[in-house]
Design a protein around this ligand. Sequence first.
Ligand code: PHE
Length: 345
Amino acid sequence: MPENNIVFEQLSNHHKEIDLFEIINKDTLEAYRIKYIGTKNILKELFGEIKNVPNERKKEFGQAVNALKLAAEEKFQTYKAQFEEDTNDQKEVIDLTLPGDNFPLGARHPISIVKNKIIDIFKKIGFTIAEDREIEDDWHNFTALNMPEDHPARDMQDTFFVQVNPDVVLRTHTSSVQVRIMENQKPPIRILSPGRVYRNETISARAHCFFHQVEGLYIDENVSFADLKQTLDYFSKEMFGDGIKIKMRPSYFPFTEPSAEVDVTCFLCDGKGCNVCKHTGWVEILGCGMVDPAVLENCGIDSKKYSGFAFGMGVERITMLKYQVNDLRLFSENDVRFLKQFSGI
Ligand code: PHE
């Protein structure tokens, strides 16, 4: 019997301990949990003691141990909830009357704005984008485009050579991408190749050693010069406005025959004559022509079955006309005062 009393006494001591255990923060709560709730809690020993309790008191003892366990659990849950509430409270202290933070928004680069606009216009009539490397080999930049070694037309495109090896160049136009596509795809081909190109020019207000182009290529059966003209007329009206007219002047490119340069009516003075159009009423915007059959054959396309047109424009030039920027260098100087003036068109 005295033994039994000890067991009951232990039980009531634990009760007191649990009552007195001070839980003041998350750490003490955790210590409490380990001691009275966790898998190795000290109350478990008490259950083992039931064998020392005489039969007539076993029920009473069992109930008392359970009550103790419940009390321990209840205290734990109460504090746990309280601490969780506290942290939630802290998280949710948001003063909705405070003014918001302003994040300074960047602006798109004018070259990107105009490039994207050109892409959007041609996408509407089924052109897809083709991009490729800026470091090219001689074949894709020159030879395949009807400019064999020693061809005088190579002088028109002052070339940067990447290595002592003259076969590796920084592309002078994105026509190189068109060659790669023609070599790898079967007509019909309808692509637009935007990208950066390089020429060894002295940097000035009107020339730079790198600039951006968008070139287009359309190859299918029965493609005619009329298709080219219609496509460029559509482009010019979308880009510069409905009243715009285009004029094609005969020109020369080694990879197109016949070739033309395209002028549009000056959209600043409506063709009346101003500084931008040098009082001619016209501004030049691009070069174009029917793809020379020799180029098609170089790229493995049957020139008896297929014909096509190509065109190429400088994005800087169009941007300068569109926004009346008078110095090409501004585009690459990264002066925020200049760059933040442009918005979508
Ligand atoms: N590739 C030419 C250039 O960079 C532009 C062009 C493309 C002209 C297609 C005609 C046809 O000068």
